[in-house]
Design a protein around this ligand. Structure first.
Ligand code: HEM
Ligand code: HEM
Length: 146
């Protein structure tokens, strides 16, 4: 389950980067919002929602989280335990919400320029949060790519 969770992250990063590059190019270059933009966004949302479900399962199964939740007073003073029991899940939940809202706002926007712009802004904030709480921090805590 943890391997699936970690691997899905790479797919999410791939589609998130593609969505950002295309929406920035579309917004700044005033290009139409094409079928490919739509498909990338739908795949991105699907991967992100699946990751949320997998994350909840991993959270429920994790010994690290179990240990963390058993004594929250101590957990708050222990950086790795605090990260996995609290910070990662909270920040990633925010990421899932940002990507979902970004897509919904992009979908509802009246013009193609606005569709690209709404997506670009929400996806860039989501990328920064994922890079911190889903890549840099896990690596700093000894986790790998997969
Ligand atoms: C607990 C599980 C899930 C919850 C609570 C959830 C919630 C949501 C919400 C709130 C939206 C936004 C609706 C809107 O645009 O107003 C949405 C859209 C969507 N979700 Fe999920 N979702 C879940 C699981 C999944 C899974 C497992 C998949 C796919 C494998 C998925 C794929 C999608 C897609 C494709 C969209 C629409 C994207 C679009 O606007 O084109 N979701 N979901
Ligand atoms: C876009 C969303 C997410 C990304 C990119 C992401 C990424 C990651 C990565 C890279 C790891 C380390 C995996 C490894 O050691 O191989 C991890 C672990 C973990 N994730 Fe997530 N995650 C996301 C969402 C979530 C959510 C929503 C939850 C909980 C509700 C969650 C709970 C956990 C837990 C509990 C662990 C560590 C478990 C353990 O080692 O015992 N994740 N995540």
């Amino acid at each position: 389950m943890l391997h699936l969770h970690s691997g899905l992250r790479l797919l999410i990063l791939l589609f998130l980067l593609a969505a950002i590059v295309k929406s920035l190019a579309g917004w700044l270059g005033k290009k139409p919002f094409k079928k490919a933009d739509n498909i990338i966004a739908i795949i991105l949302v699907s991967l992100t929602h699946t990751q949320f479900l997998v994350g909840v399962v991993v959270y429920a199964m994790s010994d690290m989280v179990k240990a963390g939740l058993a004594n929250m007073g101590e957990t708050m003073k222990n950086a790795p335990l605090r990260f996995w029991a609290v910070e990662h899940a909270v920040i990633m939940l925010l990421v899932v919400v940002l990507i979902t809202i970004g897509r919904a706002k992009s979908k509802k926007a009246a013009t193609d320029e606005l569709k690209h712009k709404k997506g670009a802004i929400f996806y860039i904030i989501a990328l920064i949060l994922i890079l911190w709480a889903g890549v840099i921090k896990p690596f700093a805590l000894g986790r790998g790519w997969f």
